[in-house]
Design a binder for this molecule. Structure first.
Ligand code: HEC
Ligand code: HEC
Length: 211
């Protein structure tokens, strides 16, 4: 099997397990809002205006994805000390409520970066992948407008801060972003085939996608 076929096969296996498994119950956005003052200091009151361009936008992000990331920050499986420190003493319900709150906020579109030629190249990779390098089409998992896949828990990547996206794609490629095998392996596999230049093109394009 080629890497691309493998990726597609994994996606279908995952989608099947998601559809046949128990649905994600979800949290209480109001209870999440009550805890989110401290988060706003870095991620912005609207959840979409981080105080640093490398801080991710959380507004309108997939709830199941957010809950998984918060759980992994808390356990240290996704090892980001600044985030782990925010979650000390929080219960599973607290994390689910925070995820529900940020998922409920409206996503905010931003401007794309890059020249017309760069945007055209990024669009081609986003929609069609790079067959020669086994890079699967991003749209297959993240949706045509970068909205993610709600049921599968694949993240929204449209409208995300370009600097954050560059850091994440690079970290997946270098094996430095830890995640669980099922989800993390998909992105490590995709990012493996991307050069620094392609990562930058994609990040600039994604920042403006879905506005
Ligand atoms: C001191 C600044 C700071 C505070 C306060 C903070 N965060 Fe973060 N957060 C970050 C940074 C920096 C990252 C990016 C980490 C990385 O590089 O992977 C992040 C990442 C995240 C992510 C991952 C987003 C993604 O797309 O994967 C989530 C979810 C998150 N924060 C939620 C929260 C919540 C909920 C709170 C409040 C309980 C909070 N943060 C408070 C700085 C902060
Ligand atoms: C087979 C499905 C699949 C494909 C194809 C795919 N992704 Fe992903 N992507 C995922 C999953 C699942 C995650 C969450 C992984 C985790 O938990 O760390 C993710 C995470 C990401 C993130 C991190 C989001 C955040 O908020 O931290 C970025 C950025 C991203 N993908 C960009 C891309 C780009 C660009 C492409 C195309 C070159 C692509 N993805 C192709 C499934 C996929």
């Amino acid at each position: 099997m080629s890497m691309r076929d493998w990726t597609i096969a994994t996606t279908f296996a995952l989608l099947i397990s998601v559809f046949s498994g128990a649905a994600y119950a979800g949290g209480d956005p109001a209870a999440g809002k009550a805890q989110a003052m401290v988060c706003a200091a870095c991620h912005g009151a609207d959840g979409a205006t981080g105080i640093d361009p490398s801080y991710p936008s959380l507004a309108g992000q997939n709830e199941k994805y957010l809950n998984r990331q918060l759980t992994m920050f808390q356990s240290g499986a996704r090892n980001i000390p600044v985030m782990t420190a925010q979650l000390i003493g929080k219960s599973e319900k607290d994390l689910a409520d925070l995820a529900a709150f940020y998922a409920s906020l409206p996503a905010k579109g931003k401007e794309a970066g890059g020249s017309d030629v760069e945007i055209a190249t990024a669009t081609r990779i986003y929609k069609g992948g790079i067959a020669a390098k086994g890079v699967a089409a991003c749209a297959a998992c993240h949706g045509v407008s970068g909205e993610g896949n709600m049921l599968a828990g694949f993240p929204r990547i449209g409208g995300q801060m370009a600097n954050y996206t560059i850091a994440q794609l690079t970290a997946y490629r270098e094996g430095q972003r830890d995640s669980d095998e099922e989800y993390g392996a998909m992105m490590r596999n995709v990012a493996q085939g991307l050069t620094d230049g392609e990562i930058r093109l994609l990040a600039d394009y994604l920042q403006g996608l879905g506005r």
